[in-house]
Design a protein around this ligand. Structure first.
Ligand code: 5GP
Length: 189
């Protein structure tokens, strides 16, 4: 296993995680985003190989069998997401710090695997109601998907204490600052 530090960010869907991650990568360029594999279909504007490696359920199962993931989860029924070993190697070989955007169980698992090498951050919306509103405003998910994600968020919140830090995304600018500060401290430590 590599000695490089890595950052894991987990959050219920709609917590503003993508915005925060983009901000961090823009502010501190020593990171590279670990592009996960998923069996879900791309949303409008998502690019294969950049946002995710979009693959079929069969291909996903084949990768599981080949031991191609450091972790994977069936986050929603028949929607698999996994962190590819090849991504971790690629990022480490460039001397960069890998940034993982994974679900809460994935976040807990990566932290267990990498221990002090990993900084795990849980990002939460101020409330379930606000989260539901944000998902709706995003306009990228169907009503069924929104309901599934809201129900799941309630369960996901129970994992927050297992993370190194919890950030509440109340004020976006403050959350961005807090996020960069926590990461900077970890890199400097
Ligand atoms: P979305 O469909 O909104 O892009 O992602 C749904 C959830 O899957 C999010 O919580 C996201 O962080 C998570 N996810 C994305 N990639 C991975 C991965 O490689 N592993 C795990 N465990 N979860 C992932």
């Amino acid at each position: 296993m590599e000695k490089e530090k890595l950052i894991v960010v987990s959050a219920p869907s709609g917590s503003g995680k993508t915005t925060l991650i983009k901000h961090l990568m823009f502010t501190l360029p020593k990171f590279d985003f670990s592009v996960s594999a998923t069996s879900r279909t791309p949303r409008k504007g998502e690019v294969d190989g950049k946002d995710y490696h979009f693959i079929s359920v069969d291909k996903f199962r084949a990768l599981i069998a080949e031991n191609g993931f450091i972790e994977w989860e069936e986050v929603y029924p028949d929607r698999f997401y996994g962190t590819l070993k090849s991504e971790v190697t690629r990022i480490a070989s460039m001397g960069k710090i890998a940034l993982f955007d994974v679900d809460v169980k994935g976040g807990v698992n990566i932290k267990k695997l990498y221990k002090k090498q990993a900084l795990s951050i849980f990002l939460q919306a101020p409330s379930i109601e606000i989260l539901e509103q944000r998902l709706r405003n995003r306009g990228t998910d169907s009503e069924t998907d929104i309901q599934t994600r809201v129900q799941k968020a309630a369960e996901e919140l129970t994992y927050a204490p297992e993370f190194d830090f919890v950030i509440t995304n109340d004020d976006r600018e403050k959350a961005k600052e807090e996020f960069v500060e926590i990461v900077q401290q970890f890199i400097d430590s």
